[in-house]
Write a protein of this length. Sequence first.
Length: 189
Amino acid sequence: MSVTTTIPVLETERLILRAPKVSDADVFMAFLTSERAQFVGGPVSRSHAARSFSSFAGQWVLRGYGLFIGALKSDPDTPLGGFGVFHPVIQEEPEFGWTLYDAAHEGKGYVTEAMRRIIPWAWDVMGVDTAQSHIDEGNEASVAVARALGATFDAKQTEIANAPGGEFHDDAEGGPRVNIWRHHKGALR
């Protein structure tokens, strides 16, 4: 049996949003094993980072959508970060997520540019009208992106997710609280 999955290539003015490639793994793993990964569950071991990279690619097969690797059009083989839909099998709702692998790329508008292209595409593919973004307390840069994309803070779901038995309760005991920002179809700015 063979599985064929078509992952589209999306473009913005400056970016190519493409499928993950094996050659992207080292940059991703360097990010996830560094202190820079503090807001996405890191730093983690290299073997954990390798499994995470593979799971991102696997979501395309399981869900028909996933995280794109973003790269500059002028350098399409060097990944800037991951952008798109994160939806592991244990997560009820899809999540719009973004990560820049290197601080040198911050403050240039790459995340909002990428997500403004991906979100309209994702609504059609996912078949839902809302999605979440999970943002650790203290990650003000991601809060600014969520707001710029038209997301609103979901206080009720944040309380549920961080309460005993909630999706993030175990994580919150050892780290920052996870806040849920809600995206609604048609609210993109």
